[in-house]
Design a protein around this ligand. Structure first.
Ligand SMILES: O=C(O)[C@H](O)[C@@H](O)[C@H](O)[C@H](O)CO
Ligand SMILES: [Zn+2]
Length: 296
């Protein structure tokens, strides 16, 4: 059934420790991404081929543009913050896991209503002490999913009635019924299982046909899955093992940007994958959808 294979090309040899969370900002034509362990927010300009980054003083799990202005909302090691790029000023909104020092925030994404969803992971072990949170545009926060080990990819179906979610060690993508007005989830079920020996699922993007593009940490690839059937339609080879996330972007929305990591790799492994920690890209032949921004 696997009908196609593509290969991603290196576009930025950044050698970031843990490059993650790509978001295409169509307003600026730039890709926002983070280096979680390097504590940096990056902006990549594909026209110039240049990348600029801002150093923070704590780990940054996810960054998403705000709908108004050019600020960002961040899921930092120590909670949710607004960030003003020009002044580099941080404004703390909420730190729901201040009492859990082993945890930090990881992947996050906005839904159509401009809510920012982001989850946590235990950095010391795979105990399910993490959770998925939803930050409403008015700044209120609620816990949506409990008992998470390593909160990762998020996405929504084309009709906005299904939310997809990845807790990496489960090797699964699960789906919930999604009630868009309230942002409420229910009826959890498994829609994709990553085969054993192919690493674990990490970040994810949903394309314009509703298919799921799932990065495989330890799997050297991003695979494309039909969530209706659980079948893999094809995959993108990436010349780095720790493939962390992906997002559609580019002027025609048909380019998949892919992030990778160096962290945890031995000297020997780094010889095999010298561009680990780089940014990669592939033309997919399918279009993605505009990213949603934070409405608060
Ligand atoms: O890329 C991420 O989402 C996390 O920040 C990583 O740390 C890995 O997923 C995790 O460590 C895998 O075990
Ligand atoms: Zn991730």
């Amino acid at each position: 059934m696997e009908s196609w294979q593509l290969t991603a090309e290196l576009i930025l040899d950044e050698k970031a420790a843990l490059s993650e969370g790509p978001v295409w900002d169509h307003r600026s034509g730039r890709l926002l991404w983070v280096d979680i362990e390097g504590m940096r927010i990056h902006h990549y300009d594909p026209v110039q081929g240049t990348d600029r980054s801002i150093q923070l003083d704590q780990r940054v799990g996810a960054a998403v543009p705000r709908a108004e202005g050019d600020g960002l909302v961040l899921a930092l090691e120590h909670g949710f913050h607004l960030f003003d790029i020009a002044t580099e000023r941080l404004t703390k909104l909420a730190d729901p896991e201040a009492g859990l020092p082993e945890n930090r925030f990881n992947d996050g994404k906005c839904d159509e209503a401009g809510r920012f969803w982001a989850g946590t992971m235990n950095c010391e072990n795979s105990d399910p002490t993490g959770a998925l949170y939803c930050l409403e545009p008015d700044g209120s926060l609620r816990k949506a999913i409990d008992g998470v080990s390593c909160s990762n990819g998020l996405g929504w179906s084309l009709d906005g009635r299904t939310m997809y979610y990845i807790d990496s060690p489960t090797r699964q993508v699960v789906a919930y019924d999604y009630e868009p007005a309230a942002g409420a989830i229910s009826n959890r079920r498994t829609v994709v299982t990553i085969p054993e020996g192919e690493g674990i699922p990490d970040g994810m993007a949903v394309d314009g046909e509703g298919m799921l593009w799932v990065a495989q940490w330890g799997g050297w690839r991003v695979s494309c899955w039909n969530p209706q059937t659980g079948e893999r339609l094809g995959f993108v080879r990436v010349p780095a093992a720790q493939v962390t996330s992906c997002a559609f972007g580019g002027p025609d929305w048909d380019e998949l940007y892919i992030t990778t990591a160096r962290t945890g790799l031995s000297e020997e492994q780094l010889v095999q994958q010298p561009h680990a920690g780089g940014l990669f890209r592939v033309k997919t032949g399918v279009k993605g959808r505009p990213a949603c921004f934070y409405d608060g």
